[in-house]
Design a protein around this ligand. Structure first.
Ligand SMILES: C[S@@+](CC[C@H](N)C(=O)[O-])C[C@H]1O[C@@H](n2cnc3c(N)ncnc32)[C@H](O)[C@@H]1O
Length: 358
């Protein structure tokens, strides 16, 4: 039998086993940490790809970085490195011969492709939105709206003063709304007759899908001048232009729009509770008793961390005065403005919180 190792050797062995266990435990944590913090690179790469239309040459087939660079007049070595980075995030594929292929996710970066989300990347990486994110440390201390404090203006004033960004934002909302609209349309028992009014309805993306599903419904679209100006062409292209009345109105000053059903999709999440009550009071003032409001929002429970709703809540924190709320919170806001709660329908993406005017 071999003599036991001296105490100092046993101590070293114990220490090294402990270190090995610790490093085995730490490695996945470190890997996860780097993966999460690498998100900044993913967003920066997507922004560069949209701005230079980097992905578009790949729409016609597999290409090397040299071929992409030649088509776009870009720097070939940098194109290779950036496309290789995009491959890490699954937006393109890279083969051993140095050729890149577009993936279905990457295709969403192409302007004008079906379901393009290029506008979303433009918006979330715009200087103004980034200024809101960068102000978050101060907002943690004082709770003040990050965007407003960073830019000295609200998101909506900023949009009105920058028509290009306003059009880009409307397009972004349009892209996002089209993703969820089929689920929302399928989940709710829309009436056959009457009028649906989309309040803060942007260019009418949601309203158009409801009207297409119910050819005997009419529509009213309430929003500010910028989105309304773009709505005419869009609604006509969707074949519902003749059934929609556009009403330029302000959420806070009130508007005249008599309807059986009002939609508030991704509107209340932009505002604080007092502002939400004011908006709902103005909808109540426009409505008759018995009219229904559908609040269409991603629903956030206080103690549930979930994607995408909790990330959307942070976007609201960085960009607006609002937040994502639970169904019960929407019902409480509605009760303060003259609405009774009715059904809550989970579409799997959006919640539909039904409120009835009393
Ligand atoms: C987050 S977007 C939602 C757009 C649309 N409901 C959708 O889901 O695609 C908020 C909308 O509220 C509109 N809005 C913001 N402030 C407003 C105001 N004071 N009066 C009327 N509309 C306003 C914006 O123009 C924008 O279209």
């Amino acid at each position: 039998m071999r003599p036991p190792p001296p105490p100092v050797v046993r101590a070293v062995q114990r220490l090294s086993a402990a270190l090995e266990r610790a490093s085995a435990a730490l490695k996945p944590a470190q890997a996860r940490f780097l993966e999460v913090s690498g998100g900044v690179a993913a967003v920066a790469l997507m922004r560069a790809a949209v701005k230079t239309r980097l992905i578009e040459p790949l729409a016609t087939g597999r290409k090397t970085a040299q071929q992409v660079a030649a088509e776009l007049g870009l720097h070939a070595d940098t194109v290779h490195r950036v496309l290789r980075g995009l491959a890490v995030y699954g937006l393109v594929r890279l083969d051993a011969g140095g050729r890149f292929t577009l993936t279905r996710t990457g295709r969403l970066l192409i302007e004008d492709s079906p379901h393009s989300m290029a506008g979303w990347i433009r918006y979330v990486t715009s200087d103004a939105v980034l200024a809101g994110w960068l102000r978050l440390p101060e907002t943690l201390a004082d709770g003040k709206p990050a965007f407003n404090e960073a830019t000295g203006t609200t998101l909506w004033e900023h949009m009105a003063a920058h028509p290009d960004e306003e059009a880009g934002f409307a397009r972004t909302m349009h892209e996002l709304t089209l993703l969820a609209a089929p689920l929302i349309v399928a989940a709710y028992p829309w009436p056959e007759h009457g009028t649906v009014c989309d309040v803060g309805g942007g260019i009418g993306s949601m309203l158009a899908e409801v009207l297409r599903a119910r050819p005997t419904l009419d529509g009213v679209l309430v929003d500010q001048a910028g989105p309304l100006a773009a709505s005419g062409e869009y609604l006509a292209a969707r074949g519902v232009g003749e059934r929609v009345q556009a009403v330029q109105g302000d959420l806070f000053e009130g508007f005249e729009a008599r309807a059986d059903l009002y939609l508030l999709k991704d509107v209340l999440h932009d505002w604080d509770d007092d502002q939400c009550r004011q908006i709902l009071r103005n909808v109540r003032a426009a409505a008759v008793p018995g009219a229904t409001v559908l609040v269409l929002e991603w629903l956030q429970e206080q103690n549930v961390a979930a994607f995408p709703v909790s990330v959307s809540d942070l976007m609201m924190l960085a960009q607006t005065e609002g937040r994502q709320r639970s169904a019960a919170e929407h019902q409480a806001l509605g009760a303060a403005a003259g609405f009774e709660p009715a059904r809550v329908i989970d579409t799997g993406v959006y919640g539909i919180v039904e409120l009835v005017a009393v």
